[in-house]
Design a protein around this ligand. Structure first.
Ligand code: HEM
Length: 225
């Protein structure tokens, strides 16, 4: 019995450590990736330069940090109440949507000024869908703050739908980032190992965020069962 207890204690310690390590790794990836794209695009040097910079800031930095706020193992404000975490979450999400809209405006006007056709690539099409979905997702989250706006919907149900649709939005953002990395502009300057390393950033972050959101959802389901 005592041996079993020691075994399960050390197992729990190992699991706790790996979960904390992966949350720290996700913070690290989203910061380093955003800095790398900022370095590559040098925002302010041209109208185009704002596009990769703002989009990475929106979907790699703000959106990832907005979800990690709720991570039980790697939240930067772990000791704070759920109410404070929710407030920081929606502030970060507002920043994400603002950067995404400005990033879209930058590439749209850049193409318009250069008389280039719009939304002709998979990246452009999925990117447009992503910006529309993130704006809708944020609007649909308003009843979570003002519950009286969604009569007949329980708060628990609203939260469940918000988490599931938020996860889809995050995955759309990661896919758009990945397709952005496949653009002629990026592949002209970042090649071979460096390209694969860059592509790993949104891919690994997406896996970590998917794991965090689905684990929280499963834990709630188990509690109800
Ligand atoms: C989630 C993040 C992103 C979204 C939502 C997004 C969205 C878009 C959209 C909607 C367009 C088409 C605009 C038009 O046709 O008028 C576009 C174009 C473009 N984006 Fe992004 N973008 C993102 C990230 C990136 C990143 C990280 C890069 C570079 C590393 C990038 C590079 C480009 C380039 C070179 C174009 C012009 C060529 C094309 O239309 O495919 N984007 N983006």
């Amino acid at each position: 019995m005592a041996v079993n207890n020691i075994e399960s204690e050390s197992e729990a310690r190992i699991y706790g450590f790996t979960r904390r390590a992966s949350a720290v790794l996700t913070h690290f990836i989203c910061i380093v990736f955003s800095l790398f794209i900022a370095l590559m695009s040098r925002p302010g040097t041209s109208l185009f330069s704002w596009h990769p910079f703002l989009m990475t800031l929106a979907f790699s930095f703000f959106m990832t940090e907005a979800v990690l706020i709720f991570s039980p193992h790697g939240s930067p404000i772990k000791g704070f109440s759920h109410k404070t975490k929710s407030r920081v979450h929606w502030i970060l999400q507002c920043l994400c949507v603002s950067c995404a809209v400005l990033g879209l405006a930058a590439i749209f006007s850049n193409k318009h000024l250069n008389s280039k056709p719009h939304f002709t690539s998979w990246h452009g099409l999925l990117g447009l869908l992503t910006v529309c979905v993130v704006a809708l997702q944020s609007l649909a989250a308003v009843p979570l703050i003002y519950h009286s706006l969604a009569k007949g919907w329980s708060l628990a149900k609203l939260k469940r739908y918000h988490a599931a649709s938020g996860l889809i939005t995050y995955l759309l953002g990661s896919m758009s980032l990945l397709l952005g990395l496949c653009s002629a502009w990026f592949t002209a300057s970042v090649k071979d190992y460096n390209w694969y390393l860059s592509a790993l950033c949104p891919a690994v972050s997406a896996l970590m965020i998917m794991n965090q959101v689905t684990s929280a959802y499963m834990a709630k389901k188990r509690l109800k069962a």
